[in-house]
Design a protein around this ligand. Structure first.
Ligand SMILES: Nc1nc2c(c(=O)[nH]1)N[C@H]1C(S)=C(S)[C@@H](COP(=O)(O)O)O[C@H]1N2
Ligand SMILES: [Mo]
Length: 318
């Protein structure tokens, strides 16, 4: 991954100003909406505006999987992002992703399943009770954050479509549209962004189908309207803005592995003893903290996931 840039919020619209503007637009009514740009028109005209970024999610329960560690601020998590389709600088997605049209939205679930289907974001939001999962998130670039994500176990979705005996892996594909993502051509990687998991990894209860954070639907820069969160793996495994989920027999190609297979493996489990060729993975910097902290095997989730890798040489399957 490219060198990380320093965090500066100076040229990003403060959240309060952004929300006030939206409130004003909502109150301005439909007559005015006709003259507005596409996304804002949708916010006003759509009967299901609960699917729009930054909308409060109700009935969210707590989860025993949550950490009690101090959460990062909403501002940290929404202004220090990796979302290369919207630029490679950490501050760019907060600005550029606002143009992403996240409603209506459909995810195609296909491949080795008995019931392939298209599922809308409205259906995804209602498929299971929403849980808050406060997870550690560790980027391969050696920074980390603690985020109160919202969603439910990916296994819920998998059971809905009934994987066949042939399904051994799950491939995830992010949305890609050059017109909505003009910065993507400068990223130096091929889009759409693709990722994958072994089926048993995908079915682990920690693997989260994520629709929100901090009590609200996902901000665009964090992968609205639906993304993966796999907390024991490096952040790049958690694909944003999903449009396709494919169950299959073969191990799927993954974006960073395709680009540099010696640097980014398929498994990408957080492991302080397996260094990235260009930097050590032994320590990490929690955003907002000065001193580095030790990185934990499987990002501290060994109890839940170590058994998935019994008998595997983690230096070989990195
Ligand atoms: N489609 C897509 N998904 C992506 C990325 C990306 O560039 N494009 N970056 C990954 C990386 S490297 C990280 S660390 C996390 C960052 O998620 P966050 O910005 O919500 O913290 O998203 C992951 N998912
Ligand atoms: Mo990352």
């Amino acid at each position: 991954m490219h060198e990380k840039s320093r965090l500066t919020n100076a040229d990003v619209t403060p959240r309060a100003a952004y929300q006030n503007r939206r409130k004003f637009l909502r109150n301005a009514g439909l007559a005015a909406a006709a003259s507005l740009a596409g996304r804002e028109f949708w916010e006003l005209a759509s009967p299901s505006s609960h699917a729009i970024a930054g909308t409060k999610l109700n009935g969210v329960s707590k989860s025993p999987f949550s950490t009690t560690e101090k959460q990062n601020s909403y501002d940290d998590v929404t202004h220090y992002n990796n979302y290369y389709e919207f630029g490679i600088d950490k501050t760019e997605p907060a600005k550029n992703a606002q143009s992403l049209k996240t409603y209506p939205w459909t995810v195609s679930i296909e491949g080795e399943v008995k019931r392939p289907r298209q599922i809308t974001i409205d259906e995804i939001l209602k498929l299971a009770p929403l849980e808050e999962r406060i997870y550690r998130h560790r980027c391969v670039e050696a920074w980390s954050i603690v985020v109160p994500w919202i969603g439910y176990s990916f296994s819920v979705l998998a059971k809905l479509v009934e994987p066949t005996e042939q399904a051994k892996y799950v491939a995830f594909e992010s949305f890609y549209d050059r017109r909505q993502m003009p910065q993507a051509t400068h990223a130096g990687i091929d889009f759409p962004y693709v990722e994958g998991l072994r089926l048993d990894e995908a079915m682990n209860p920690l693997t989260l189908l994520c629709v929100g954070m901090y009590g609200e639907t996902l901000p665009n820069q964090d992968g609205a309207p639906v993304r993966m969160v796999i907390p024991w793996k490096y952040g790049f495994k958690s694909a944003k803005s999903l449009v396709r989920i494919r169950f299959q027999n073969e191990q799927p190609p993954t974006t960073w592995n395709r680009l540099a297979s010696d640097e980014y493996g398929f498994y990408a489990n957080v492991n302080p003893t397996v260094d990235h060729p260009r930097w050590s993975q032994a320590k990490e910097r929690r955003l907002g903290e000065f001193f580095k902290r030790e990185t934990l095997l499987f990002n501290g989730y060994s109890d839940q996931v170590a058994s998935l890798y019994t008998g595997m040489d983690l230096k070989k399957y990195y």
